[in-house]
Design a protein. Structure first.
Length: 123
């Protein structure tokens, strides 16, 4: 079995009976035009406020847009790899079998070629 087999095991099933309801975060493009009806208060130092004001002015944006876009981008990066995967018993057993299987004794020719290639960082 190869990496593609492992990835297939982790694919979210498409049958409705196997899916769990998962809330999806809105994308930035839709969210930026959505009505803003919630408020978040943040306390900052005078230096931080000045820095944010200068950065917003440099990009010809409001402080709210600058802070919100930055915070949303960071939140999306934090949550990007944290997903809930649903697999049935058969898929889980196949995944465990792949993990428990011994590695091939002879390495792939592409790996050998890559390891024998001179380092691009060597002088």
């Amino acid at each position: 079995m190869c990496v593609h087999d492992i990835l297939r095991v982790y694919d979210v099933p498409t049958e409705p009976r196997q899916l769990e309801k998962v809330s999806r975060m809105p994308t930035r493009s839709r969210d930026s035009r959505a009505a803003r009806d919630q408020r978040i208060s943040v306390r900052v130092s005078a230096r931080q406020e000045q820095l944010l004001r200068h950065a917003a002015a440099a990009e010809d944006r409001t402080m709210t847009d600058l802070i919100l876009d930055s915070a949303v981008q960071h939140a999306e990066r934090v949550l990007a790899n944290r997903r809930w995967f649903v697999v049935d018993d058969e898929q889980w057993a196949a995944f465990q079998a792949i993990l428990d299987a011994p590695l091939p004794t002879k390495p792939d020719n592409r790996l050998v070629a890559t390891l024998n290639r001179p380092s691009p960082f060597a002088k």
